[in-house]
Write a protein that binds this ligand. Sequence first.
Ligand code: ZN
Ligand code: ZN
Length: 664
Amino acid sequence: MSKNLVIVESPTKAKTIGKILGPDFSVVSSMGHIIDLPQKELGVDIDNKFKPKYVVIPTRKKLLTQLRKEAKLKEKIYVATDPDREGEAIGWQIKEKVFKGKDVLRVSFHEITPHAVGEAFKAAREFDANMIEAQVGRRILDRIVGYFLSPLLWKKLARGLSAGRVQSVALKLIVERERQIQAFTSSEYWEVVAELFKPKVFGESKFCAKLEKIDHKKAEIKTKDDAESIVSQLKDKEFKVLEIKQTEKKRYAPAPFITSTMQQEAFNKLRFNASKTMLVAQQLYEGIDIGGDNPIGLITYMRTDSPNTAPEAIIEVREHIGRIFGKDFVPEKPNVFKAKKSAQQAHEAIRPSYVSRSPESLKDFLNHDQFRLYELIYNRFLASQMKPAEFLATTVDIAADKYLFVANGSHLLFEGFLAAYNKTEEEEKEGEEDEKEKTKNVIPPLAQGEVLGLDKLTPSQHFTKPPPRFSDSSLIKALEEEGIGRPSTYAPIIYTLILRDYVRRIKGYLNPTELGFKVSDMLVEYFPKIIDVRFTAIMEEKLDEIEEGKLKRIEVLKEFYAPFKESLDFAQANIKKEVITTDQFCDKCGKSLIVKWGRRGKFLSCSDFPTCKNSKSITSGVKCPAENCGGELIERRSKRGFFFGCSNFPKCTFTSRTLPQEKE
Ligand SMILES: [Zn+2]
Ligand SMILES: [Zn+2]
C-alpha cells in the first residue's frame, strides 16, 4: 500500500510518472477539470465583485468520490498537473473540491524525467494564488462575452450560434484579409533577365542578371510590346561590369521552439495544423513506450513562450554537437535568446528531454507523426546551440547602354547551424526564397570594366498578387505579433472558428464562410471596442499582470465590463433580424423564400414563417455518390463542424468533409 497520492490530469502522464516515483506513490488521473462554471447560466455574480459560481462537472462526480476514498489512507497528497495557469487552476480546484481542509502540495516540472520530477518533489510548494487568479479572470471574461453575445447572434442571424472573445478578433483578421483579396485587382508586369558569360570560358561561367533600372529609374515594364522592344534594343549592346560588391553575411541560429514557433514550423515543414501539432507534442511530452515496461517523456512541456534552456541541457547539447558535427560548430559561449516581455522566466523552451535519444534511435517506437515532430523539435534544438552560417554575398551591377542589370549571388562559406536544421522548399517567408535563388546563381570571378558575352535575353510575364490568405502558421504569427493569445490559446482559437463553421481550412488556408462574414460584421458594428486588436492585447497583458501579482482580478474585470455593457445595452435595444432574400418562391404558398441558418446549416425558408412552415435545403448540385441513391449533397453543420450530407438523409447516411468530384 503506497503512502502518497499524486494527482495529474491525464492517464498517460500518470503512467509515466508512476514509473519514476515507484511503489511509495499511487498516481491517478483527474481527466482534466473537475469543476467549471455552470452550463446553463451565466455563473458570474456581476454585482457581487464578479464572483464565479463553480460547480462540479456532472460527469466528474463519480471520479470525485473515488479520489476522496483514495486520499483517506494516504499520508500526503500532491498535485502534479501541467506547469501553467491551466494546470495550477485544475490543481487548485482538486484541492478545494476534493480534499478541502487537507494538506495538499503542488509540484510542477517542465519535463517528465526522473531528474526533473525528483527535483520538483523536493521543492513541493503551496499553490500560486496569482496564477489561479489570472486563470479565473480569463475564464470569467470569456464567459461574460460568450454568454451575452450568443443571444444577440441568435436574434440577428440564427439560433445556436456563439462567439468568443479572442476568437472573434482572429475571425475579424481573417475576414478583413478576405475583403482585401476580393478588392484586389491584379496588374500585369514584365521582367527581363539576361544570361551572361565570360567570353573565354562560356559554359561554366554563365550567370543571370535582372534588368533593374532604365535611365537611372526603376524599370517598370507594363506590356509584352514594351518588354520585346527593350529586348530588341539590347541585342547588340555591350554588357560591361560597372561595380562588384562582396559582403560576408552571417545567419544566426534560430531560438529553440516555443509554442507559437513550433506550430508555425510544423505547418510550414510538415503541414500539421495547430491542433494536430499540439496533440502530437502532448503525446511526446506525456510519455511514449520505447520498449521498457512503461512510457518515458521525450520532450519538455509544449505550452511555453520562453526560449530559455536549462543549463544541464545546454552542456549536454554542446557536447553532442561537438561529437556529431565537430568542434567548429560549437560556439565559444552558449547562444542566449531573449524572451518576450510576457514570457514566464521560469519556463523552458520545447526541446528533447534526452539529446542522446536521436530521432533515428526512436524510429521503431514512434508513429509517423510523432517521429516527424520529434525530429523537428530535436534538430531545431541542436541548431539553436550551433554557430551561425556564413555566406559570401555578391552583387554585380552591369550596364548595357542606359539599362542597368543586377546579378545577385550567394556562396555558402560555413554551414553552421544549417547542418542540423535546413530550411526546406515549403518555407512561407518570401525572403527565404530569394536566398535560394541567389545560391543557385553562381557568379564567376569578374573585374570592374570587364565586357561580358550575352547568351540570352528572356522577357517574362508576371502579375501582382493579392495578399495571401492566412494559414495556421501565418495567423498564429499575426496573433503573436499583435499580442493576442497565449501558448495555450493559439490552437483552440483556430479549432473553434472551424468548429463553428465561421472559417474553413481549404488546402491549408483559412477561408471565412458567408456565416463567418456575417458574424464578424455584426460584432464589428455593435462591439467595435471589444473586438479591437489593441484593446484585446491590453486585456491579455492585464491578465499577465494579475499573474505577476501587479493587478487585482476585479480591476481588470471592471475595466472590461464597463465598455462591454455599454455596447451590449445598445445592441440589445437596436439589433434586428437580418433578412436575406432570394429570387425563389415557396411551392406551397407562392411567397418568396429567404435564407436562414439553423442548427444544421443554411436552408431556404418561406418568408411567411410561421404561418407557412415550408422549408427547403440548399443543395450543392453535386449528386450523392452512394449507390442507387440519386440524392444531392447539402452543406451541413454539426457539433463537430462542417460537412456534406445527402438530401435523402436519414434514408442515406453518406457524409464527406469535401465535395466528391462529380462523375459523368
Ligand atoms: Zn410558404
Ligand atoms: Zn445519398
